[in-house]
Design a protein. Structure first.
Length: 966
């Protein structure tokens, strides 16, 4: 079986991906996280089903939630070309197998295609990785031999795992000298329980004596309880007799008193009826008396005369009372206003500093219009602005004076730090000296370097070059080149002449050396001096120029201040003329002039208001005098202005009350006379009813009536009490009357019974307590579950021990069967695989090891070419891995006819050196005709090791969406 193509719908980070595999070796290369393991898991899960959601294996469901699953295109010698498709469905997914003849199948057909192999069996043979090989370093000889044995035989790995697990379980169940195994613990528990059961059996022999004692106690309790019952009944009777004795005595007394009271008749509800009639009669007689007194009083109050005309005149005047009060209030208000205005006028004139006469002639006639106020404000604003300007100029003048003083001080200070005359002269001569020094250095340097030979060579070369330029220029008619040649020739002649002069002029050289000796090394000091003098000169010139500018500004500002003062004097003259119009000879502060103008205007307004208030007061006083004359005429007497309406109101009320009194008294007199007649008739009727009620009781006076009622009520009360006592005695049943028995005798008999009952109770309690103790002890013996529980626990522990023994026997039998199976595999299946594995192992190790065998103890050994035998555990990591791979490949080759599956390898060769890796690749090349190899790697060098392999770059096909690991 070979995998030809993968079509991934959605699996992990891969979506809509198609991979074509080669017929022999296919290398899937990609960096870490590229998705190589995802493709390996895709192959396994499509073939064997998606893991359960609670499994440790990842399901690789796509995060995007798209279609889950894909297809494997297979080529099989038995079934031909077929397609296995697995998609999302039930837990393991829904699988469909498409055959080349058009048939479709499910899980059964897939199992047949996979030769009934499950995932664990497939991975134990046809899939191995670096992770499995890395575990060899930590294995001991037994574990390593078992792993190699499992890799060389089909199904042995699961048997070995089962055997290891069963051996561990056998050790957990029982060990011959162990304490903690479960069967050892159960045996110890059974021995302890057996001792406890013997102790419980000894306690059971005490039961019979206790039973006999219980019977005797019950007999005595019956006798004592019978005697107690008799005494209790007797005590109960005594208690009842003691309770009814007072009732019996009281009944006899009531019967005696009832026989003494005479039975008499009395009207029904007589007392209430009599008291109602008596109350009404008393009330009516009192009302009759009051009515007679009121009639007499009304007759005395009846007035003698009536004046309706004066009442009408008074009503007219009283209707105008509000007008009168308005006049009074207006007069008071006017007088208050006159006083306030007069006071305000005086205060204003005092504040203005003027007399009343001056105000009459000047202020009251002055013009205080808006135009005049505007004129005043213009003058004041001009003065204020002029003052501000003068203040600003004065501040500027002070600032200029300070700046002039500071500049002058700076000039004096800089004069103190001025350089000396010699320093000025040195600085002035330095530029010339610096030029001479540079020329001297250049001259001396040039003279020192030049030699006679070099001096002649340079002019000669220049002359030859000039001749060449001139000849070339004439030949090419390039006159610019000819001119250049002439210049070069002139330079050659100049250098030649200079050389002759230098060679002859030694005095000039000495002069130059003298200049260098005098000034060389002082350049920095002279430069600093020159810079300092220049800075001083610039600073001094700046200060002098600044001082001159300040002096000019000072003179200009002084002239401006004088001009501003002249303008102020003109404004003050205008303001003085304006104030003289209002009676002010002197100019006050400009800040209070608007207030003076406002006060003058206010004085004029106060004078006008005062005049109007005086006129109003005069009019109101005339109206008040006229109204007072009308009131005196009506009242027929003289009154003051303040009491006019008070007197009018009193007179009006008096006359109205007189008229109302006459009317009401007449009406009341008529009503009272009628009511008096009715009350007299009611008194007579009530007196007749009272006499009738007394006659019914058979008495004549009120006192006798009440005495008859008391006697009647006592008889009724005695009968009621007697009935109550008889009812109480009836409750106690038919008990003999305690005639001739005293209370003391009953108490004595009850005390004797109480003492006897107490003695019986004590004996009874003692018997009951003893019985309780004996019964408890018997019940403890009868109901004590310790023996039964321990016996039951003993049987349970025996059963558990038997169950553990059965489990131990089962596991022991299975372990022995596994050992026999392993022996058979070693004898039958393993030799065939080992024969092939030896050849592969020998080739992989380059002939260093010739044989791979299993010892009688089940351990692997190798035989080196030198004839030495080594246990497999003593080999290097890479050699152990070669042995493991050899066994795996040999096993796959041995079952190729029954399980022709591809072999998947996940980077298992990383520990191999170059030589071993080349032999491994050569081996795989030789086996690719029998098997399809799928190799996963993250090492770039591995993809170039095979000449004819199909290389797939996994990094280029991933969708990058990531996998949802469930």
């Amino acid at each position: 079986m070979k995998i030809e193509k993968l079509i991934i719908y959605g699996f992990g980070k891969h979506e809509n991906v198609t991979l074509d595999f080669g017929p022999s070796i296919t290398v899937l290369y990609g960096l870490n996280e590229a998705g190589k393991t995802t493709i390996q898991q895709f192959i396994l899960q499509v073939l064997f089903g998606f893991p359960q959601k609670n499994s440790v294996l990842s399901r690789y469901e796509p995060k995007s939630g798209g279609k889950y699953g894909g297809q494997l295109h297979l080529s099989d010698d038995t079934y031909g070309t077929c397609i296995v498709e697995r998609i999302r469905g039930k837990s393991a997914g829904d699988v469909t197998v498409y055959f080349e003849d058009g048939r479709k199948g499910g899980e059964e057909e897939l199992n047949a295609l996979l030769r009934q192999y499950d995932r664990a069996s497939f991975e134990s043979i046809f899939s191995f990785s670096l992770l499995q090989l890395q575990g060899f370093e930590k294995m001991d000889e037994n574990e390593l031999s078992r792993t190699l044995l499992a890799s060389g035989t089909t199904g042995v790995e699961s048997l070995l795992q089962l055997g290891n697990r069963l051996e561990k379980e056998l050790g957990d169940l029982f060990k011959k000298s162990g304490r903690n195994p479960r069967m050892n613990l159960k045996i110890a528990e059974l021995r302890e329980l057996e001792k406890e059961l013997k102790d419980e059996q000894e306690k059971i022999a005490e039961y019979t004596p206790l039973l006999e004692r219980i019977q005797k106690i019950d007999e005595r309790i019956s006798v004592v309880r019978e005697r107690k019952k008799e005494l209790a009944l007797e005590s109960q009777k005594l208690t009842v007799v003691r309770q009814i004795l007072p009732l019996h005595n009281k009944r006899q007394a009531l019967q005696f008193r009832l026989s003494q009271v005479r039975k008499s008749t009395f009207p029904a509800d007589g007392i209430r009826r009599y008291e109602v009639l008596a109350g009404k009669l008393t009330e009516v007689e009192s009302a009759k008396k009051r009515m007679e007194e009121e009639v007499s009083e009304l007759a005395a109050r009846l007035p003698r005369q009536h004046e309706p005309e004066r009442v009408a005149e008074l009503e007219i005047l009283l209707a105008k009372e509000s007008e009168w009060h308005k006049w009074q209030t207006a007069v008071t208000t006017a007088e208050n206003e006159i006083r306030q205005l007069t006071s305000l006028k005086g205060r204003l004139l005092d504040r203005l500093g003027m007399k009343e006469v001056e105000a009459e002639t000047v202020l009251f006639k002055a013009d205080v219009s808006i135009q005049k106020e505007e004129q005043m404000h213009l003058i004041i604003d001009s003065l204020t602005e002029n003052d501000q300007q003068i203040g600003f100029m004065n501040r500027q003048l002070v600032q200029l004076e300070n700046e002039l003083s500071a500049t002058e001080s700076a000039l004096v200070g800089i004069g103190r730090s001025a350089p000396s005359a010699e320093e000025f002269e040195d600085a002035r001569q330095w530029p010339r000296i610096r030029q001479q020094l540079a020329e001297a250095k250049a001259y001396v340097s040039f003279e020192g370097r030049a030699t006679e030979q070099s001096s002649l060579m340079t002019p000669a070369m220049l002359l030859v070059l000039a001749l060449a330029f001139i000849v070339f220029g004439f030949m090419q008619q390039e006159w610019f080149v000819v001119v250049a040649g002439g210049i070069v020739g002139a330079l050659g002649i100049f250098f030649y002449s200079k050389k002759e002069v230098r060679s002859r002029d030694t005095s000039k050289l000495k002069e130059m050396e003298k200049i260098i000796a005098a000034y060389d090394g002082n350049e920095r000091q002279m430069e600093e001096l020159t810079e300092r003098i220049g800075l001083f000169t610039r600073k001094k010139e700046e200060l002098q120029e600044e001082f001159m500018v300040l002096e000019r500004n000072y003179q200009t500002l002084t002239s401006e201040i004088e001009s501003t003062h002249s303008d102020r004097r003109q404004l003050e003259s205008r303001l003085a003329a304006f104030l003289r119009l209002y009676g002010f000879e002197e100019i006050p502060s400009t800040g209070i002039i608007p207030e003076l103008f406002r006060m003058i205007r206010e004085v004029q307004e106060v004078a006008r208001d005062l005049k109007e208030a005086i006129s109003l007061r005069q009019t109101l006083m005339e109206n008040i005098s006229g109204r007072a004359l009308q009131a005196e005429k009506v009242l027929q007497k003289s009154v003051s202005h303040e009491a006019v309406y008070e007197m009018l109101r009193r007179e009006y009320i008096r006359l109205k009350e007189q008229a109302e009194t006459s009317k009401s008294v007449t009406s009341g007199l008529e009503r009272n006379e009628t009511a008096l007649k009715e009350i007299s008739e009611l008194v007579y009727t009530l007196q007749e009813k009272v006499q009738t009620l007394l006659a019914e009781a058979g008495v004549e006076t009120e006192e006798a009536f009440y005495s008859a009622y008391d006697t009647f009520q006592e008889a009724i009360l005695l009968e009621g009490q007697l009935e109550d006592i008889n009812a109480q005695l009836a409750v106690h049943g038919p008990i003999e009357s305690p005639d001739g028995v005293t209370e003391d005798e009953l108490l004595k008999k009850a005390a004797e019974n109480s003492v006897a009952l107490s003695s019986i109770d004590e004996e009874l309690n003692a018997l009951i307590d003893e019985k309780s103790l004996v019964t408890a002890k018997m019940e403890q013996l009868l109901t004590d579950e310790n023996y039964g529980r321990k016996l039951q626990l003993f049987e349970i522990k025996k059963a558990e021990l038997a169950d553990l023994a059965r489990k131990w026997s089962e596991r022991k039998a299975i372990t022995e069967a596994i050992e026999r199976t392993m022996s058979e595999l070693k004898e039958k299946k393993l030799p065939e695989v080992l024969e092939v594995a030896e050849k592969l192992f020998c080739g992989l190790t380059g002939g260093n090891y010739e044989s791979l065998t299993v010892t009688e103890t089940g351990h692997f050994e190798v035989l080196s070419k030198e004839g030495m035998r080594y246990p497999i555990v003593e080999l290097s990591q890479a050699t152990k891995e070669q042995a493991y791979i050899s066994l795996r490949l040999a096993l796959a080759e041995s079952i190729v006819s029954t399980a022709p599956f591809p072999v998947m390898m996940d980077d298992p060769f990383v520990h191999f050196d170059g030589e071993r890796l080349s032999r491994m690749i050569e081996l795989l090349d030789n086996l690719q005709n029998k098997h399809q190899f799928i190799y996963f790697t993250c090492h770039e060098a591995m993809k170039d090791k095979w000449r004819e392999a199909t290389i797939l770059h996994v990094s280029d096909i991933g969708s990058g969406q990531g996998a949802m690991v469930l």
